[in-house]
Design a protein around this ligand. Structure first.
Ligand SMILES: C[S@@+](CC[C@H](N)C(=O)[O-])C[C@H]1O[C@@H](n2cnc3c(N)ncnc32)[C@H](O)[C@@H]1O
Length: 442
């Protein structure tokens, strides 16, 4: 199997009837490019683009609106070239990763208070510190083991994990990063150089997964950003949700589902033991099992920790989830319309963790555990990170308490976020998963 990162996306899109133009190596930068030129090219498009959203919905500034119009133009060309519609997976892929244009390929803030959403590593360094304890347990059993982080975002997790491992005297031989966005690669490099200059030579960016990797693979909120197919169950069969352009806006359309999508929906219905009711709409990730297969092929010995918001297959395709799990993030406003603001909002889908576990086992990995993020913290040594809490200034205590609440409370990231740990070789179950395990629910 081709294990190039770009190929992961290309193949996923092929399988879903879409295609990709590739991602890595595209220096974006709508911030510095000629805005005047964009404005001329796109002024009609901007003027006619119509969105319906609640009055409370944040509006993009003029720079972002112009960029979105350019992405919209790109999508419209794709739709025309494809004869009038593209699959939702292709729409999502282009909106997120089109070279120089997509949400992740271009230079917007994305993470943190100035961006659109916050991830666990951005909430608190405690996430990286607790994860480092689990990583250290695995690294101690592997001679010269390395870490490979997939989709490293701002580079915050890499800094926190390396800092914690250095204190534990368990530094990895190398810290490899596979990152599809050239813009984010640059940001990660700057951050690591500023924060840990003495460790910078251990960090490398790979354009494809390594062969015979030994150590720990980590990915936080990567699964949810892989393009998903959307489908609708009708009495006459299963339909693939597609996107077309009509009267100055992107709109949904449908084609009969074929190939892998049709087969996968049939498999899901067999798994849950019933046919979806008429008009039931949901998502299926054809890319995620392939990606897990690629990780499995790469890993010779060690463990894989995957964090994301998700549920078991039964919960994912429950009767009350008749409109699926798509989630869009724009300026900290979460909503479910992926067809507005192309290129300037994050598009995600919750994860069917049963599919991840199934793909792992099918590719020869061991499933060591599955638990909530809250359980991961409780079993993974959070109390050890709290030592010295009482000696902190009150302001720091309040700040840290707030961060830990966000990471662990059920109504925040504690329950919806899960961690699954997979392995190959003689690897003990990490201590966090000995504390609690929900594998039986998958
Ligand atoms: C939601 S962000 C999470 C970033 C970071 N892990 C965090 O927790 O803050 C998703 C990340 O995955 C990257 N990504 C998505 N698909 C990828 C792929 N196929 N290969 C490598 N990186 C990918 C994105 O560019 C981005 O860095």
């Amino acid at each position: 199997m081709n294990r190039n990162t770009r190929a992961v996306l290309v193949q996923a899109c092929h399988n879903s009837g879409a295609y990709s133009t590739g991602c890595a190596g595209d220096k974006n930068d709508f911030v510095v490019e000629g805005l005047f030129w964009h404005a001329i090219i796109h002024k009609d498009f901007i003027a006619h683009m119509q969105y319906e959203q609640p009055a409370s919905f944040p509006k993009p500034d003029s720079l972002s609106a112009r960029h979105s119009a350019r992405v919209g133009e790109h999508l419209r060309e794709k739709i025309e070239q494809s004869g009038g519609q593209i699959s939702f997976a292709e729409y999502m892929h282009e909106a997120l990763y089109a070279p120089g244009l997509g949400y992740y390929s271009a230079g917007s803030a994305k993470f943190g208070v100035d961006g659109d959403f916050v991830t666990a590593p951005e909430v608190s360094a405690v996430f990286g510190k607790v994860l480092a304890r689990q990583i250290a347990e695995v690294l101690r059993t592997i001679k010269h083991g390395s870490i490979l982080e997939f989709g490293a975002g701002s580079g915050k997790l890499a800094v926190d994990v390396l800092t914690a491992l250095e204190k534990m005297n368990t530094l990895p031989a190398t810290y490899e990063i596979v990152e599809v966005s050239a813009d984010l690669q640059e940001r990660q490099g700057r951050r690591l150089q500023q924060s840990l200059p003495h460790l910078a030579d251990r960090v490398h960016w790979l354009s494809e997964l390594p062969q015979d990797f030994e150590g720990v693979i980590v990915a936080n909120e990567v699964l949810d950003s892989l393009p998903v197919e959307r489908f609708v169950r009708r009495e006459s069969g299963v339909f693939q949700s597609c996107v077309t352009f009509d009267a100055a806006r992107f709109v949904w359309t449908e084609l009969p589902a074929t190939g892998l999508l049709a087969a996968t929906v049939a498999e899901i219905e067999a798994d849950i033991g019933s046919t979806f009711p008429n008009a039931y709409t949901s998502e299926v990730s054809l890319a995620a099992p392939l990606w897990v297969g690629d990780l499995a092929t790469s890993l010779k010995q060690g463990a894989i920790f995957l964090f994301d918001y998700g549920v078991s297959r039964r919960e994912f395709y429950a009767p009350d989830r008749a409109d699926g799990w798509l989630r869009c993030h724009f300026r900290h406003y979460a909503h479910s319309d992926p067809l507005i603001y192309p290129g300037i909002q994050d598009l995600t889908s919750w994860v069917d963790f049963s599919a991840i576990a199934g793909a792992a086992v099918a590719n020869g990995l061991d499933l060591l555990g599955y638990q909530t993020q809250s359980q991961f913290f409780m079993g993974g040594g959070l109390e050890l990170e709290m030592q010295g809490f009482n000696e902190l200034p009150v302001a720091s205590q309040i700040k840290l308490s707030g961060q830990i609440k966000t990471l662990t409370l059920p109504g925040e990231m504690g329950e919806n976020f899960k961690c699954i740990v997979l392995s190959r070789g003689d690897i003990d179950t990490p201590s966090a998963f000995q504390f609690a395990d929900r594998t039986n629910s998958l």
